[in-house]
Ligand binder design. Structure first.
Ligand code: NDP
Length: 313
């Protein structure tokens, strides 16, 4: 297997990974970055970003990530396609990371910025029809449902944002909220409540997505009345939160019960020396692009200090 030695290896290419890359590259550490399964991260599947400082008129998520990428590459980040498939963090200053099962990187420091992925309801019909009318990304797939009726599950900010996005393309959007209230911020909640073609169904559970080659409806149940009914929709979107992409670090890094990597307070350091974590892989509280970027900066500075302590930089 091909082997390569590096000072700083960055896994993941969202705001955390790119910010770590900008800092590490400007410090002369020649970082190598592997972009992972979703190059650009979660912001590439969102529309307007209105809360990232420095963009008074807002910016589209994919465009913002393109800017992050250009900035990281400008200072010499070696930005590559590929995904970490296995790690061995047992030897300080020689941490091993296998990329795509074909290439081994031996890194003095590793910055984990692998982010989080969408969660699914876990219904057989949802998985069977995934890509055939079922989607976890309204921004990616909403276009296919122009002029049609769709349903979206979830009551958080993501569900509200995506329902609002779909309402601009689709004839009607049903929002299926399992409790009697939203989890979303008030501003997002008001936005969906004030949109004429969004109908919010509270206390609503999804029992089954109907259809064989495509979605023809969704069977739902009102948890208060126990009454079952069918919504005649052709698209079914899931927006119920995310799972941190940290499974491959299991056995090496300390994590909480949900799989978020634990970092030492006030730093990006993990329980393994020379391994740092940033962004949504270690943050279940804030999960914002700006906090991810901030923690990516911390990870790069911590990596630089670690190498300096070892007289390696
Ligand atoms: P959240 O975890 O905030 O919300 C998940 C939603 O899905 C909740 O309403 C939850 O219901 C519901 N849910 C979870 N599991 C199920 C299930 N099995 N069946 C039905 N419903 C389910 O995730 P989000 O992705 O919405 O947001 C994540 C973070 O990102 C938040 O901090 C959010 O504020 C932020 N964000 C900010 C945005 C912005 O500011 N523009 C845009 C998007 C996200 P329940 O409440 O009952 O648990």
């Amino acid at each position: 297997m091909a082997q390569e030695q590096v000072e700083v290896l960055i896994l993941g290419s969202g705001p955390a990974g790119y910010t770590a890359a900008i800092y590490a590259a400007r410090a002369g550490l020649k970082p190598i970055m592997y972009q992972g399964g979703q190059p650009g991260g979660q912001l590439t599947i969102t529309t307007d970003v209105e809360n990232f400082p420095g963009y008074p008129d807002g910016i589209m998520g994919p465009e913002m990530m393109e800017d992050f990428k250009k900035q990281a590459e400008r200072f010499g980040t070696d930005n590559r396609w590929g995904m970490a498939t296995k790690v061995d963090f047992s030897t300080p200053l020689a941490h091993k990371v296998i990329i795509d099962d074909t290439h081994e990187i031996v890194a003095k420091t590793v910055i984990i910025a692998t982010g989080a992925s969408a969660k699914w309801l876990g219904l057989e019909s949802e998985q069977r029809l995934n890509g055939y009318g079922v989607s976890a990304c309204a921004v990616c797939d909403g276009f296919f449902f122009r002029g049609q009726e769709v349903a979206i599950v979830g009551g958080g900010d993501t569900a509200c944002e995506e329902a609002h996005y779909l309402s601009k393309l689709c004839k009607k959007v049903y929002m299926l909220v399992r409790k009697g209230e939203f989890r979303a911020s008030v501003i997002m909640q008001k936005r969906v409540e004030n949109t004429a073609n969004i109908e919010i169904l509270y206390h609503t559970e999804t029992l089954e997505v109907l259809g064989t080659d495509g979605v023809t409806g969704v069977r739902i149940k009102n948890a208060q009345t126990q009454v079952e009914s069918v919504l005649d929709v052709t698209g079914f979107f899931v927006a119920i939160g995310h799972q941190p992409n940290t499974q491959i670090f299991d056995g090496f890094l300390n994590m909480d019960e949900a799989g978020y990597i634990e970092t030492i307070k006030g730093s990006a350091r993990t329980n393994i020396e020379g391994v740092f974590a940033c962004g949504d892989a270690q943050d279940k509280i804030y999960r914002q692009a700006v906090t991810a970027a901030g923690s990516g900066c911390m990870a790069a500075l911590d990596a630089e200090r670690y190498l300096a302590e070892k007289d390696l930089h």
